[in-house]
Ligand binder design. Sequence first.
Ligand code: GLC
Length: 355
Amino acid sequence: MPLFYRWTTVILPCLVAALLAGSGCEKQSTAPKKSAPKYQPITAPLDPFAVNQRLAKSVNFGNALEAPNEGEWGLTLEARYFQLLDEAGFSGIRLPVRWSTHAQNASPYTISPAFFDRIDWAVEQALDRGMAIVINMHHYEEIFTDPPSHKERFLGMWRQIAEHYKEYPADLLFEPLNEPNTNLTSPLWNQYLAEVIAVIRESNPYRTIVIGPVDWNSYASLNKLVLPAGENNLIITFHYYNPFHFTHQGASWASGSDAWLGTTWGSAADMTTLQNELEVARNWARTNNRPLFMGEFGAFNKADMNSRKLWTEAVARQAENRAMSWGYWEFGSGFAIYNLSKNEWYLPLLKALIP
Ligand code: GLC
């Protein structure tokens, strides 16, 4: 600001005001300013098939925020990772989140404000780039072992998450629970999913919710889902890691997986099996008139790159052909499409996803 202008418009009036009213110059600038809200909240019902298209080509930021604490599994999110995905042509992100290590154990199960800040940051990294983002609840292992003892905490955490994000736009989706398994059997899960949807609907009448079946979100268990009558704003998710001995060869958390090392993929029979299995999912979706999100699929880095490329390409195309959106597992760890130490894409995998 030129000095003369500043003198006449700011300093002089300020001195006069101070002399007349005994007020300080600092009061000049404290008039409340109304800032425009950053996002447009959802104000009308959504078509979940349209919302699902926003997730058409997504990537999971696995091994970051679903570690007990971010960084403990080798990945700390950075803004440039969101930028890389956006520039590469991905439309959405699935953000696995372990809330259970950041919330009190007793009612009201308060989630740490610092953790919420971190999730807000990640959500906004996606939204501000025009990408959709699904936040889930990942690795709540205790609820799989002893569901009844953890149901209230599960619902209590979602009550807070839903309230916290109620003003966020339609490109933010909630996925209440990753891969229900073990003692969270289908009769129980069908009951819990109805209850968690009701809790979310208290504050988010229009947000799209992502729900998957038991048995680690297996496509083969879609037919065990019982969804609340009249609840249309859902996207149904399943995970696809078949053949498991190919995708999980040498994975430390899959017992016996060293014996599977050397398994390749790409025969005509492999392709037929893939098509038949995805067809089961499509048939379920058609019969039930629901949009489908293949929220995880990927092959671990111990498999040979050529087979991984062929598998990734085939699974993505076969899903697209059946109107499914997808989320590759994952960005920068054991299934990575991006090499964090070299700062470069694994190009065969990137091209397999986005030709
Ligand atoms: C599931 C698990 C995750 C694992 C991935 C691939 O999402 O929760 O920990 O890395 O599947 O096995």
